[in-house]
Design a protein around this ligand. Structure first.
Ligand code: 6GP
Length: 829
């Protein structure tokens, strides 16, 4: 009878009473279990890679437990959620980060050592998840870590690219791009959700008969692709909360091309079906230029449409009226890449939910928020109308309708100022009629963010001035930040231990404000000793890497000088290389007595160039050509070395950044929206040599000019300098080093000619010549400071101590309060 039968729940409790255990025996059992049954190797014989896989699965099990609890808790509490839409997430490796955030790093390390493995060695087996290009993409990853740690109910959305960013291979000093088969060996960190799928539709026509404004229109699409969810749990630190990064993979749909099947063209139908998967196969490797490619647009719409369906499904599970939507949903557009979401939500609300235009519009205006990451007008995305109209005809109509109403409204407010109306219109008339995605995003978002104070000023006075004058209240800025979990705890364990020791607490890992406490010890000799020791350990690690990679032995006594980031003219890697040539030239011309005074340097440059960006690729080649000359000059020895680190990515950064003594951030003032690399170096006690641009302005406020090496024209000086054109005076030293390149001192004379032409004869848009003297002075100041190691160490400690403001925890907190209006929702232990 009923009473005798155990309930299902009781039975489950009997079988599985609570969570996985983290004592050494349980962990070892779990690892061996996964070796045997998941990896399908014998538990008596498995190598490092198989051990890594088994370990990753054991960690994943623990992530899943917390993930379930978190999702259940969110479901029960139904808080307002932030949906973070971003086309790029540069996650890097997951293992070390996960075990640290789960608080079980040491337990796993012990468990493994008894089995004869080392956690650090296994961690090296993991490939990088490189679903993104540069700053924007890594920022998204840092913000996910902070959202989880601060208990915010957040979901990240993107498409699941099969190949991440290309692998950079250098042959004879030239960059080659290779496919990164990072998923070939499986990805233990993602969970395939075969039951979470949505159809995503493309092409077709919109039926003419307008039902009416209330009921919307009917879109008859021609192609359907299935979006399948892959969930990536993101664990918070010091909390049970584990949030989700949901990536959509494209799979052929059953409805796909039935026509061909029916007409008997079986083979072509199958080939066509496979094409669906192309949507999520690649990542566009250019972070700055938009070519209006159909595939790119498909990718954007694909992930946006699946995400919007998912969000609306979740909302409808708990609510019966859309009037509550803005109270429960914040939709964040990370740059304009996901901004089709605006038209998609509008389409769903009007055409499918039949809310009527005005009600739907009201909802739109209360849910979207937008952050732009760019400074230049050329960087803004424009989608040709023809392209959009063919791929997404209904969305184009909706955008036209939004624009029509907007322009009418605008005319009432600003009159018939046609130039301004044209600038603000979402539809740009021109040779190629296009949609200005930034205008759409600004119009439809209730908050528009810049990523540093300088950036925000440029937005409101230049780029989006017209909009700012109309709606000043919409504009905000949140200075970027990076997560100290990844950039100190994971990447620099020795520094992490040292900081905790001197602060007497590990609280700074969750609450960065504690870091400031280091300031009071900045002059302490004992700390200096330990601090220098930590730097040395990290320099040894980096030197070993350099040697393994290039065969070059570098001296640990030299100052390790690093510039790693995407290669762009505005970031001025060329200025760095010209400075290195100058240094080389000076040393060559010195007598013995002067040489003794030279501070030895190891100059390290790294970064990828977009495959189609010729100038950036030439800069990489020049770097190699100069390195070849210098490194093989026995006259120079350890006084100067130049190394290019290939395939710079998150895991290489984890190795390079802690080992740097000084790092360079050389953007022409007014060109770097924020910059986040500098923040990582700063946290690791690396001194900055920088222009007063982007977030550096705010870093100066925290660290003080005296503890940095600043140079170059200021933002407000740049345009006047440019206007001088050929009349702009450049120092002789500059002309001399450029001449060396021109004359073929480093070979490849013809190949480098255009690089030289770009910076001489009034063509020097990025002002390398104008800033050269001041750059060399900053370098000389750095040399001088390095000689006084006590002073240098103090500056280094003060850099770390003052880096707290640049934690993404602070950024995310500001977003939560001022932009998204969300509250923490902490999963009970
Ligand atoms: C970058 C900006 O160039 C950089 O200054 C900023 O720190 C970073 O975004 C994060 O905000 N922009 C991109 O990576 C990009 O793709 C479209 O911009």
């Amino acid at each position: 009878s009923f009473g005798e039968k155990k309930s299902k729940v009781e039975r489950i409790f009997e079988l599985m009473d609570g969570f996985l255990k983290n004592d050494p025996t349980s962990l070892q059992n779990d690892i061996l279990h996964h070796v045997e049954y998941t990896v399908a190797r014998s538990r008596f014989s498995f190598d490092d890679f198989e051990a890594y896989q088994a370990l990753a699965h054991s960690v994943r099990d623990r992530l899943i437990e917390r993930w379930h609890d978190t999702q259940m808790h969110f479901k029960r509490k139904d808080p307002k959620r932030i949906y973070f839409l971003s086309l790029e997430f540069l996650m890097g490796r997951s293992l070390s980060n996960s075990v640290i955030n789960l608080g079980i790093r040491d337990q796993f390390a012990d468990a493994l050592s008894q089995l004869g493995f080392e956690l650090e060695v296994l961690a090296e087996q993991e490939g990088d998840a490189a679903l993104g290009n540069g700053g924007l993409a890594r920022l998204s990853a840092c913000q996910m870590d902070s959202l989880a740690t601060l208990d915010y109910p957040a979901v990240g959305y993107d498409y699941a690219n099969q190949y991440g960013l290309f692998r950079q291979v250098i042959l004879d000093g030239f960059q080659h791009e290779h496919l990164d088969f990072w998923l070939n060996f499986g990805n233990p960190w993602e969970i395939e959700r075969v039951h979470v799928t949505y159809p995503v539709k493309f092409y077709g026509t919109v039926t003419d008969e307008l039902l009416n404004e209330e009921n919307g229109k009917v879109w008859v699409p021609k192609r359907t692709v299935e979006a399948v969810a892959y969930d990536n749990p993101i664990p918070g630190y010091g909390t049970r909360n584990t949030i989700n990064l949901r990536l959509w993979a494209a799979k052929p749909s059953d409805q796909h091309n039935m026509e061909s099947y029916n007409t008997g063209d079986y083979i072509n139908a199958v080939v066509e079906r496979q094409r669906a998967e192309n949507i999520s196969s690649i990542l566009y490797p250019d972070d700055r230029s938009y070519q209006g490619k159909e595939l790119r647009l498909k990718q954007q719409y694909f992930f946006v449409s699946a995400s919007v369906q998912d969000i609306i499904r979740r909302f409808k599970d708990a609510h019966s009226t859309f009037d509550d939507f803005p109270e429960k949903v914040a939709l964040h557009l990370n740059d304009t890449h996901p901004s089709l979401a605006i038209a998609e939500v509008m389409r769903v609300l009007v055409d499918e939910e039949h809310l009527g235009w005005n009600r739907a519009w009201n909802i739109i205006c209360n849910v979207f928020t937008f952050t732009t990451h760019t400074v230049s007008p050329e960087g803004l995305e424009k989608i040709p109308v023809d392209l959009l109209g063919s791929l997404l005809p209904r969305h184009l109509q909706i955008i036209y309708d939004i624009n029509f109403k907007f322009v009418e409204e605008l005319k009432k407010r600003i009159g018939l100022d046609y130039n301004r109306l044209a600038r603000m219109s979402i539809v740009e008339e021109g040779a190629v009629k296009s949609i200005q995605m930034a205008n759409l995003s600004i119009l439809c978002s209730h908050t528009v963010n810049g990523v540093s104070r300088v950036h925000s000023k440029l937005l409101t006075t230049k780029l989006f001035k017209d909009f700012y004058e109309l709606w000043p209240e919409k504009f905000q800025y949140k200075t970027n930040g990076v997560t100290q979990r990844r950039w100190i705890v994971v990447s620099n364990p020795s520094l992490c231990a040292l900081i905790s020791k001197w602060l007497g607490t590990e609280d700074w890992i969750r609450d960065i404000d504690h870091l400031i406490g280091l300031r009071e010890h900045a002059a302490n000799g004992e700390l200096h000793q330990e601090w220098k020791m930590v730097k040395k350990v990290n320099k040894i690690r980096l030197a070993e890497y350099i040697e393994a990679m290039s065969g070059l032995k570098v001296s640990l006594d030299a100052m390790f000088d690093v510039q790693t980031k995407r290669i762009h003219e505005y970031k001025r890697q060329l200025l760095n290389i010209l400075g290195i040539i100058h240094r080389y030239d000076c040393i060559k011309n010195m007598d013995k007595n002067d040489r003794i005074k030279v501070v030895p340097r190891v100059c390290i440059i790294g970064g990828k160039a977009a495959p189609g960006y010729e100038t950036a690729k030439k800069i990489i080649k020049l770097c190699h050509a100069v390195a070849e000359k210098i490194n093989n000059d026995s006259d120079i020895g350890d006084l100067l070395k130049l190394v290019f680190i290939p395939d710079y990515n998150v895991s290489v950064a984890e190795l390079v950044i802690p080992g740097a003594d000084i790092s360079q951030h050389l953007s022409t003032a007014g060109h770097e929206a924020s910059g986040t690399g500098s923040m990582k170096f700063l946290m690791n006690g690396c001194l900055l040599l920088a222009t007063v641009d982007g977030s550096t302005v705010e870093i100066i406020e925290e660290i003080g000019e005296d503890n940095m090496f600043l140079f170059g024209a200021k933002v407000h000086e740049v345009s006047a300098l440019r206007e001088k054109g050929p009349a702009l005076k450049v120092p002789l030293q500059f002309s001399r080093v450029v001449r060396m390149v021109r004359d073929g001192y480093f070979g490849f004379k013809d190949y480098f000619k255009s690089l030289c032409d770009n910076i001489e004869g009034g063509q020097d848009y990025y002002l390398l010549g104008a800033d050269f003297t001041s750059y060399l002075e900053a370098q000389a100041a750095a040399d001088k400071a390095y000689v006084d190691q006590e002073r240098w160490t103090e500056m280094s400690i003060l850099s770390t101590a003052g880096s707290g403001r640049f934690s993404s925890d602070r950024t995310v907190e500001e977003y939560a309060q001022k932009t998204w209006g969300i509250q923490p929702c902490r999963c009970p232990f």
